[in-house]
Design a protein around this ligand. Sequence first.
Ligand code: ADP
Length: 204
Amino acid sequence: MLIVLLGPPGAGKGTQAKYIAESLGLVHVASGDLLREHQAKGTDLGNEAKTYMETGALVPDDLVIRMVLDRISEEDALKGAVLDGFPRTEVQAKTLDGHLGESGIDFVLLIEVPNGHLVERIANRRLCETCQRPFAPWETQNCGHEGLYQRDDDKAEAVINRLKVYESQTSPLIEYYQLQGKLKNIDGTNEINVVTNDLLNAIK
Ligand code: ADP
């Protein structure tokens, strides 16, 4: 089973992807987390990606595609994966379709949140230093670890650029997957657990 979560930065893809993956026994594959792991390890890919990520630009397709396709070919992903942050361009979507062949993606879940909410949500976003789970500063960190940090690209200027990049490069995927009959729209402004239920109901 392969599920793609689509939606603007701050829509809650990371939060929801973790719940859905846990509940369905799938792996959570977040392209942003994978890129940040590469950066932390100082790999060539991580160093190359850094300059793009800092300004909120997209990392070149070929780098991201190779990284994600490698990850979903690993043994723990054989049962399936929840993709979060990938695909983000039409080239990525078409390459993924080509790679999957007939089996294809099962569902594309679009988490919709109006732009006005997003900037504030992202400004308040903190991540667990260990598992990258997002929390607002006033939430209890209930992932079993300690320590939160703010992503560099969650600071104001990069956020505005990321929203623009989403509009211009990623939002065309909505129509792309609609035409394939795979898209389900979910209201992302509801409480976290309501959104999780809506997502799980959408794939029944
Ligand atoms: P968010 O969903 O909050 O924007 P992510 O953690 O998914 O954050 O992504 C952070 C950054 O990593 C992006 O702004 C971009 O630079 C890079 N990135 C992540 N996924 C992709 C992708 N599929 N294609 C290109 N760049 C990506």
